[in-house]
Design a protein around this ligand. Structure first.
Ligand code: ZN
Length: 94
C-alpha cells in the first residue's frame, strides 16, 4: 500500500453483466460432451436424464435469487437445484 493510494480515485464498481446466456451455452456444451461420453445416447442428442437435468438447471438459473450477479453455481452458497440435482450437475460440470 503506498501512502498515495488513498488519493487515488475510487474504483468504479464493476458493471453487472448478464452472463446467463453464455453460461447456459457452456453448460449445454458440457452436458453434450458428458452425455455423449458416458450415456451414449443413440440419436446424438442428450439422453432423457440429461435433458431433464438441463431443463431443471436452466429453470433454476432463471429463478436464481442471485440473478445475474451470481457466480457460477459450484461457488453458490445456496444450491438451488436441490441436493440431488446439484450433485449430478456438478459431477457433469467437472
Ligand atoms: Zn446423459
Amino acid at each position: 500500500m503506498s501512502i498515495f493510494s488513498r488519493f487515488l480515485p475510487k474504483r468504479k464498481p464493476p458493471e453487472l453483466k448478464n452472463n446467463i446466456p453464455k453460461e447456459k451455452e457452456n453448460i449445454r456444451k458440457t452436458f453434450a460432451v458428458y452425455c455423449a461420453k458416458y450415456h451414449k445416447p443413440k440419436n446424438g442428442k442428450l439422453c432423457p436424464a440429461c435433458t431433464a437435468l438441463l431443463a431443471t438447471v436452466f429453470t433454476k438459473m432463471d429463478r436464481c435469487p442471485y440473478g445475474i450477479t451470481k457466480p457460477i453455481c459450484d461457488r453458490c452458497d445456496r444450491p438451488c437445484f436441490g441436493a440431488k440435482a446439484t450433485q449430478d450437475f456438478l459431477t457433469i460440470m467437472k
